[in-house]
Write a protein of this length. Structure first.
Length: 315
């Protein structure tokens, strides 16, 4: 190919590339995306609530992949860029995703953005297993697992709804209708938990990770865990022994695990408890709702949790 031919080919390729880029930039799909509210959330429950309320009027970017440990997750530069391009930014707070406040928010332009800490103003449960003097950077003074309770999660979702109205008032009717539908689901679930666990034969559960405090507080039982509210803790031999003694005292022979993790703690408890009590011990699941799992979404996992709690609490 001689030089004039090469120049001609390059010119043709440049024209085609320009046409493709122009077509993409001005395509109906791209124009539609430009009209949508750009929402960035830290993790699954907030993404679920935002999609349920926002529907076709929003795009939701979830930073942390489903069923990933939230406490210790670290953002990449692309995550900071994604947040910087958002209209609405949602995070849990309560020191769950404190990396968001420390590593992302200081590095973005917050002008023309609404930033919502969804647990702000909510009554947080204190972590009873530590004193303030023992806490590193106060990360474990409070239980951050607010979304596990439908009663508290509804309050978080309402903050998202109100943020949508503030940022995109022209679609108020659309968001309001969808919020009312979501609110009904929360309230039906809350009522079912109250009615069915309110007549339970027992009032304690035993878990491998103490992340169900908001459920326990709302629905009248107490949790005992191999480890506390922080998923980074390592269980001790004394923790196992104490828990086994308590389970024998309460004549409770059900251990709850988070199905995301292959948890050896539950099997250790089961083996020791069966050895000392001569009772059969069940291992049941309590979902932490960190992502879709077993084909179940946020609400479906909540309903499954209720079924399993009724077994351990003899409701």
């Amino acid at each position: 190919m001689n030089k004039p031919q090469k120049v001609f080919v390059i010119m043709i390729l440049a024209i085609i590339l320009t046409a493709l880029i122009t077509s993409f930039l001005y395509s109906p799909q791209n124009e539609e995306r430009k009209d949508k509210l750009k929402v960035v959330v830290t993790f699954y429950p907030l993404a679920f609530f935002a999609k349920e309320i926002g529907g076709g009027k929003v795009t939701v970017n979830q930073l942390i992949s489903d069923n990933t440990e939230v406490h210790s997750w670290q953002p990449a530069p692309s995550d900071i860029l994604s947040v910087d391009n958002a209209d609405l930014i949602l995070y849990n707070g309560a020191f769950l995703d404190n990396w968001f406040e420390n590593d992302i928010l200081p590095n973005i332009d917050s002008n023309n953005k609404i930033i919502i800490e969804t647990t702000k103003g909510i009554n947080l449960l204190e972590n009873e297993q530590v004193s303030e003097a023992d806490v590193h950077e106060h990360e474990e003074l409070f239980d951050p697992h607010t979304w596990v309770s439908p009663f508290v999660a509804k309050q978080q979702a309402q903050k998202i709804f109100e943020a949508f109205l503030q940022k995109d008032p022209k679609n108020t009717d659309y968001y309001t209708e969808r919020w009312q539908n979501l609110k009904i689901q929360f309230e039906a679930l809350d009522l079912k938990y109250l009615s069915e666990l309110g007549i339970a034969g027992k009032n304690v559960i035993f878990v491998t990770h103490s992340s169900f405090g908001y459920l326990a507080s709302r629905y009248g039982f107490k949790q005992y865990g191999v480890i506390g509210v922080s998923a980074d803790e390592q269980p001790s031999a004394s923790a196992y022994a104490n828990l086994v003694d308590l389970m024998i005292d309460y004549e409770t022979y059900v251990v709850y695990i988070n199905p995301v993790y292959a948890d050896k703690s539950a099997q250790t408890l089961k083996n020791e408890l069966e050895r000392l009590s001569n009772q059969d011990v069940q291992i049941l699941e309590l979902y932490l709702m960190l992502g879709e799992l077993d084909g179940l979404n946020y609400f479906e996992q909540q309903w499954k949790n209720l079924e399993n709690l009724k077994v351990g609490l003899e409701a």
